[in-house]
Design a protein around this ligand. Structure first.
Ligand SMILES: [Zn+2]
Length: 243
């Protein structure tokens, strides 16, 4: 069906307007709310129930166009016949799911034991992709928490779930650790928080300089870890980073 190119109707486009891609409708909602939608932002609040499936269908169609433009005979090549659909599913429902679903629900407990000693969680496996090439970024991270008596306590496995949600987007390592630190600070409000992430960027191994061994390591320190160098040293000494 053809859409009339009447500029005045664009302003009052009804929600049911057929022919408008769902991605465009979602983008309009984000723009109306003045929300940022960079690759590592979560946009779950702007999707209605069922729309993730419809969006996956839209991506599959566009991915088919990419394969067509790469001159791959997906009609006769039994290996690639379903590739567009598989890649769309992988992006929206697997590797970049952290963009499209709300944060994992985390049960917080009051700190009944008044724990105030350094606690370290890790290594947590990181699986992400760089937002420059959409190439995998695979690594580990360690989280150091210095609670106080008012800090909410969350189960150890919950740190991994929060990390998975943040990393499940096309990311930039430096921004990913900051996003994760902000999220954990908001959820648990500790006296101090430290995160170290070490990852291999496959855009440097598969393409580019084709360096198979280089890793990127970065850290973010908050609160007590910024002020207290002994605490920082203790954390860094306790994380068993090597291979
Ligand atoms: Zn890259």
């Amino acid at each position: 069906m053809l859409m009339k190119a009447d500029p005045s109707s664009q302003l009052t486009r009804p929600e049911s307007d057929e022919g408008v891609p769902l991605s465009v409708k979602i983008r309009e909602r984000l723009e109306a709310a003045r929300k940022r939608f960079h690759s590592n932002d979560n946009i779950a609040d702007f999707l209605q129930p069922g729309e993730l499936d419809a969006l996956q269908e839209e991506v599959a169609q566009k991915m088919q166009g990419v394969l067509d433009s790469m001159v791959i005979d997906t009609s006769n090549d039994h290996n690639t016949g379903d590739t567009a659909r598989r890649v769309a599913k992988m992006y929206l429902n697997e590797v970049f799911r952290g963009r499209y679903v709300p944060p994992p629900t985390i049960t917080e407990f009051p700190n009944a034991e008044h724990l105030n000693e350094l606690m370290i969680v890790g290594p947590i496996t990181v699986r992400s992709a760089c937002s420059h090439h959409l190439c995998p970024v695979i690594g580990k991270l360690w989280i150091g928490v210095l609670p106080n008596e008012h800090t909410n306590v969350i189960g150890l496995s919950k740190y991994a779930r929060l990390a998975e949600w943040i990393m499940g987007r096309p990311q930039i390592q430096e921004e990913a650790v900051v996003q994760l630190a902000d999220l954990i600070m908001e959820k648990t409000q500790p006296d101090g928080l430290a995160i170290v992430m070490e990852a291999r960027h496959y855009c440097m191994a598969w393409r580019g300089v084709k360096d198979l061994d280089s890793k990127m390591i970065n850290s973010v320190m908050r609160g007590a870890f910024l002020k207290n160098s002994d605490l920082r040293r203790e954390f860094l000494a306790l994380i068993p980073r090597k291979d």
